[in-house]
Write a protein that binds this ligand. Structure first.
Ligand SMILES: *[C@@H]1O[C@H](CO)[C@@H](O)[C@H](O)[C@H]1NC(C)=O
Ligand SMILES: *[C@@H]1O[C@H](CO)[C@@H](O)[C@H](O)[C@H]1NC(C)=O
Length: 374
């Protein structure tokens, strides 16, 4: 009974969530389209729907799985799957958007068929970072730069990127040059970026020629990759020169990272770290996690992330943890065992002290190969 009930609740949640989106659309079409959006409070019907969703979810998460293993599998007395409960705590199902009705309301307060409001990008970014992804679609025109250049580089390592192709209003810096000067490590300095992934200074480095060599020696084709938290897309850019197609997940935290990736002729995916990778199972030859993937991610969320990496990797594909950092003791006690659970072959495993850290943090660079059969 519990299972059916859980399922019913899920369906209810899905139904309510769908309705709520329609309500948004409905209420926006019912308004006179010409009037600018007024800062009206969240409509009552919406609040009511939100309460229903919250109540349903909390009911769902209160259901505990029974440990009665004596039941025959045919009688579906099993309750809500425990991983569903777990994940709904990490990344609440159907509530991620609805937990922020104020932001969502502002995001969806626009005049249909007209220009999207000025603060759209910031609102989208805020919502996505809070786990509200995918965002609902809208029927408005996104703002575009006034005088973009059409002479775009094909080389991902062009000496400069065109400032006029970016909307700078939401950033402190108003040019790529400014970003580059503010911190050469942000990924906007072409000289720094040209050298990245090509040099070997210590054991934590894995230069791309070496990576390709390893794959070649193992008779494993590298054609497609996913770079998780890939900043301005330099890894994808370098791999492109080796005829490997890499897509980059990146957020616009403090700078136009997505635009930079695109201006370099690469594919930016605007998805947060907690998002299920938007690619199908077993299709990737390589997943690289840059140091955006680190101990700041809660352990349980990290576990779901690694298993999602496993999902998208093909058998024989590689996971490259590039400068993952954590406290030394945590690496031994938590992260190494967690990574070990995947059962991957350790092609490379190098650790080193994080010299910039006062907390005794260490780096791990690991290249792991997914087994062909489990
Ligand atoms: C990439 O592909 C092009 C066109 O097929 C070829 O000319 C070039 O040599 C390749 N580059 C590398 C590094 O394999
Ligand atoms: C790393 O740091 C630990 C203590 O913080 C120290 O004992 C160890 O010698 C250091 N290792 C290296 C290679 O510097």
């Amino acid at each position: 009974m519990g299972f059916t009930m859980g399922l019913n609740l899920l369906l209810l949640v899905a139904m309510v969530a769908t309705n709520i989106l329609s309500l948004y659309h409905l209420s926006s079409t019912l308004q006179t389209p010409k009037r600018p959006p007024s800062p009206a409070p969240v409509p009552d019907h919406l609040l009511h729907q939100l309460q229903t969703i919250r109540a349903t979810i909390s009911h769902l998460t209160r259901l505990h799985p029974t440990t009665d293993s004596s039941t025959k599998p045919t009688t579906t007395t099993a309750t809500t799957p425990s991983d569903l409960l777990l994940h709904s705590h990490l990344s609440p199902i159907a509530t991620a958007c609805h937990n922020h009705p104020d932001l969502l309301h502002r995001y969806m307060s626009y005049t249909p068929f007209s220009h999207c409001p000025q603060d759209s990008d910031e609102l989208a970014e805020s919502l996505i970072l809070r786990g509200c992804h995918p965002l609902p679609r809208r029927r408005c025109f996104s703002k575009t730069p006034q005088k973009p250049t059409s002479s775009l580089p094909h080389n991902p390592f062009a000496p400069s990127l065109p400032d006029q192709n970016v909307l700078w209003n939401k950033y402190t810096c108003k040019s790529f040059n400014c970003l580059m000067r503010s911190n050469p490590k942000l990924g906007f300095d072409p000289i720094v970026e040209t050298a990245r992934f090509m040099t070997y200074t210590d054991e934590l480095d894995l230069p791309i020629p070496q990576l390709l060599q390893i794959a070649k020696a193992a008779n494993s084709a590298l054609r497609l990759g996913l770079d998780v938290g890939g900043g301005t897309g330099t890894f994808a850019g370098r791999m492109k020169l080796y005829n490997v197609t890499v897509v980059t997940t990146t957020m616009n935290l403090g700078g136009p990272y997505n635009e930079a990736v695109a201006l370099r002729g690469l594919v930016p995916l605007h998805v947060p770290l907690q998002q299920r990778f938007p690619v199908f199972d077993g299709v990737m030859d390589l997943v690289r996690c840059g140091h955006a993937v680190n101990r700041w991610i809660p352990l349980m969320a990290m576990e779901f992330l690694l298993y999602d990496v496993d999902r998208v990797l093909r058998a024989g594909g590689y996971l490259w943890l590039d400068h993952f950092f954590s406290k030394g003791v945590d690496l031994d006690k938590l992260y190494a065992p967690l990574i070990g659970k995947l059962g991957y072959k350790k092609v490379k495993w190098a650790t080193g002290n994080k010299t910039s850290s006062k907390n005794g943090e260490v780096y791990l660079t690991a290249l792991l190969q997914k087994p062909v059969s489990k």
